[in-house]
Design a protein around this ligand. Structure first.
Ligand code: SF4
Ligand code: FES
Length: 373
């Protein structure tokens, strides 16, 4: 078993935006009892002892935590490389300067679109201008800037404008990632899955932009797996290199595995009851799909099983109700018809005009969590 190199700390599910592609769980209220400042500090210390090198601070919106500067400072003292994953809302000049002084290493800013009206419509919040201001602040304070753009049917045709905007913002890296149908994106899948024509158009635009921009911006483009022959090696395999701790202290091998974990009826792997070392090395949840002993056919006898690890456990669970099945994206999966049907529906010329996305819900926080400083 390898040591984990990355911890995704989802500090809170509170968020000022309501994007319908959000991968946060549908039952947001179950996660309101957030870890305190001291509990998160202990988690970071244990993570560093376990070998973790990179700490990703996410949510929801991590800037909703009043103790974010203190948490960054603690992680920095432990020698962890810290990455703030943010919508930019809440990044005032004062807060940004405090985070810089606390040692924050990197900022990843989410972008919904290059057009104000569309961006605000997708976020269900007036936020476009504030994101532009946040991008300027991030560059001014000397952080490397990564823009993260979740692509889907409603914004993928804007990819050229989004890349122009990235150039204007002097981004160092742009991650163009097609939506994964986890959390709120699950019920919104029909309104999110792009057509084949949209994808082909986007790929051509990305290729042309790469040639024009050269190495000034590192452009990462993740193709939607519904259109692939093979699944992606999700998480580099279950509990292989990284893990997630969610706001109430539950640890998960993957940031989208909330429902899957509950469906397994295994003892909870929570930092409130266990050390991270026990969770990583011994907890039944982390052991469940590690390695290849759990694999059914066709994966068991497939020569790609050490390349893609049988695909995504969350996708298998979401589509078939059984996380131990081959990812239905794989053309060899007995459940592949489920994916083919979704792709056919997305490309059906008779389908009704695209409707609005179901917005991600707002979530309250317990008193203890609000006063977590
Ligand atoms: Fe990957 Fe399993 Fe498909 Fe083989 S059968 S390509 S291991 S998902
Ligand atoms: Fe959870 Fe792929 S999204 S294993």
């Amino acid at each position: 078993m390898d040591k984990p190199y990355g911890l995704l700390a989802e500090l809170t599910y509170s968020c000022p935006l309501q994007c319908g592609y959000c991968s946060n769980p549908l039952q947001l209220d179950d996660y309101r009892d957030e870890l305190s400042t001291e509990e998160w500090k202990r988690v970071f210390s244990e993570a560093a002892d376990l070998g973790v090198l990179q700490l990703h601070l996410s949510g929801g919106e991590p800037l909703q935590r009043h103790d974010i500067v203190e948490l960054v400072q603690h992680a920095n003292q432990l020698g962890l490389y810290t990455n703030l994953i943010t919508s930019g809302l809440g990044l005032s000049t004062r807060r940004a300067e405090q985070l810089r002084a606390a040692g924050l290493d990197h900022v990843q800013l989410s972008i919904q679109a290059d057009d104000q009206a569309l961006s605000d419509q997708i976020a269900v919040t007036s936020s476009f201008e504030r994101k532009r201001v946040a991008a300027g602040l991030i560059k001014k304070l000397g952080w490397p800037l990564t823009l993260n753009v979740v692509l889907h049917r409603q914004n993928i045709d804007r990819i050229g404008g989004i890349l122009d905007m990235a150039e204007a913002m002097e981004a160092d890296r742009v991650e163009l990632a097609n939506t994964q149908y986890a959390g709120w994106a699950g019920p919104n899948q029909a309104e999110l899955l792009p057509t084949r024509d949209q994808l082909e158009g986007a790929e051509a635009v990305v290729q042309a932009a790469r040639e024009r921009i050269g190495d000034r911006i590192d452009i990462i483009y993740v193709i939607p797996d519904y259109y692939s022959k093979y699944p992606k090696p999700c998480m580099d395999g279950w509990a292989s290199r990284q893990f997630t701790v969610v706001p109430n202290g539950e640890a998960l091998p993957c940031p989208a595995a909330h429902e899957l974990a509950r469906g397994l009826n295994l003892p909870p792997a929570t930092v409130r009851e266990h050390s991270l070392e026990w969770i990583w090395t011994e907890s039944p949840l982390f052991q469940q799909y590690r390695g290849d002993a759990w694999m059914p056919d066709p994966c068991r006898s497939c020569d790609r099983k050490e390349i893609d690890f049988g695909g995504c456990r969350c996708q298998a669970f979401a589509l078939t109700g059984d996380a131990a099945r081959t990812d239905p994206v794989c053309h060899l999966s007995p459940d592949h018809g489920l994916v083919e049907a979704a792709v056919a529906a997305a490309n059906d010329p008779q389908r009704p005009k695209d409707g609005p996305l179901i917005p991600r819900a707002k979530v309250g926080r317990t008193k203890r969590a609000v006063g977590a400083t």
